[in-house]
Design a protein around this ligand. Sequence first.
Ligand code: A3P
Length: 294
Amino acid sequence: MADSESDFQTVRLFNYKGCKMSGIHTIERLDQMENYEVRDSDVFVVTYPKSGTIWMQTILMYIFMDDDLQTGETKASFFKAPWLELSIKEINTDDRPPPRLFVTHLPYQLIPKALKNKKAKVIYVYRNPKDVAVSYYHFHKFANYLETPENFGAFLQAFLEGQVDYDSWFDHVKNWYNHREEFNIIFQSYEEMIKDLKMAVLKFCKFLGKPMDDKSVDAIVEHSTFKNMKLNPKTNYETAGFPLFNSSLPGFMRRGIIGDWKNNFTVAQNDMFNNIFQEKMNAIPLKFIWENVA
Ligand code: A3P
């Protein structure tokens, strides 16, 4: 695995305290997570990969950007709300004024213990797992630190078995949901953000204690649309580039729609997925949206 962010290797997944991890991680950083110092004013976005993380990261950046949205910010979203579990030399969060913003894919069992004091805020974004699987499949071709799958069928099998970076989607969502009482947390579905982004932004502002006038909310919504995020180098991750990613392929901002799984799943794969989903998720009352019907 990696000694530093620029030094990763495409290695087979390794097991870190029961969670499959890829070569982008360092044991040293992961070891720091359990006792990581959490401040009451901190805000964390938690997601399983490909569930809308960088979208939420961008919205969070804009909510806490007090200057004009067009001119006020010179840094990329991943600098403003950095990845908790990745140690990136240029990013030091220790001296930042409150609120410090973070994004993380860490599963419940690896999250800093201090987050359970219930003061720091957590926004957990989840997405229907068929679209997560498709998005993750394409991401494996784009990310140089992940092994390129043979085909979608092979990847889907690995996804269902949790043989991917950050392990099982099912465990991630279930564990965070089942332990929700331990945190100051709200749950947000990716699809509801697509359907009504303004409502979602208003919900975030309320939870974060950051009241905003209508004009500012509208500006955040406008800057956070798929089209505008894809064009903006501060939000589209193009500056993260090589060597982590293969810049010639569609990257983080790929399609941004509900129901792309229909273009990828065979009928048999869909039946299998439905059975597994039903068995594993039937006790979880989160609402999943599988297609974009009016
Ligand atoms: P697709 O690959 O299906 O297009 P993450 O940030 O967790 O890696 O998730 C990436 C997914 O979120 C990608 O899905 C990406 O297109 C989608 N996404 C990012 N920004 C978005 C936006 N503003 N609107 C809708 N989807 C967005």
